[in-house]
Ligand binder design. Structure first.
Ligand code: 5GP
Length: 201
């Protein structure tokens, strides 16, 4: 159990960092790099009703639960935000995020645009970055190259990408749009955004 001395040892709340973008834009790689390179950054493990797919065990970090369990937890207010994405539910468990932030840790959320909009309302002091693919062809190439999606799922994800980008722009909830042409410069760009944000909070 953390005591009050521990919870105030840093004196300052951590920064909540939201990374969104269409499936295949590269946000998971960016999130992994943030966790590796930022001091004291932690990954928020989402709960989801989607089935496991190849690569999930390697630590993309999900808690796989049934729809009934998800609905029960959502009704109990256990999620900071939640959304339905191509037929499956996803949510950010509230308690671990709040605990980490109160201990001065930076928390990284890899969430869709609906989730980003909810976080902008609930945690306005968060930083919200939207990752864009250089173009739609490269998005398709990346999704196909990943090889983790059945063709029908891949089509649904691609069909959704345009709408997600339009929603992100229209919502006004994302302060930063970065084009992920090459991963390393994009990571540097996002690290720069976070560093600037931290000097403001
Ligand atoms: P995937 O099935 O490819 O792992 O994720 C599908 C989409 O759901 C991605 O855009 C991912 O960022 C998003 N996602 C993952 N976890 C959450 C979550 O907890 N909340 C929301 N709103 N979206 C999530």
């Amino acid at each position: 159990m953390p005591n009050s001395a521990e919870s105030s040892d840093k004196g300052k709340r951590g920064l909540l960092i939201v990374i969104s973008g269409p499936s295949g834009a590269g946000k998971t790689s960016i999130c992994r790099a943030l966790i590796a390179r930022l001091p004291d950054a932690v990954w928020s493990v989402s709960a989801t009703t989607r089935p496991m797919r190849p690569g999930d065990q390697a630590g993309t970090g999900y808690e796989f639960i049934t729809r009934d369990e998800f609905e029960a937890r959502r009704a109990a207010g256990a999620f900071l935000e939640s959304a339905e994405y191509v037929g499956h539910l996803y949510g950010t468990p509230r308690a671990p995020v709040e605990q980490a932030l109160s201990h001065g840790r930076n928390v990284v959320l890899d969430i869709d645009v609906q989730g980003g909009i909810q976080i902008a309302e609930k945690v306005p002091e968060s930083v919200r970055v939207f990752v864009l693919p250089p173009d739609m062809d490269s998005l398709r190439d990346r999704l196909e190259g990943r090889g983790s999606e059945a063709e029908a799922q891949l089509k649904k994800r691609l069909a959704r990408a345009d709408g997600e980008i339009a929603t992100a722009r229209k919502s006004g909830c994302y302060d930063h749009f970065v084009v992920n042409d090459e991963l390393e410069p994009t990571i540097e760009q996002v690290l720069g955004i976070v560093a600037r944000e931290q000097t403001h909070v």
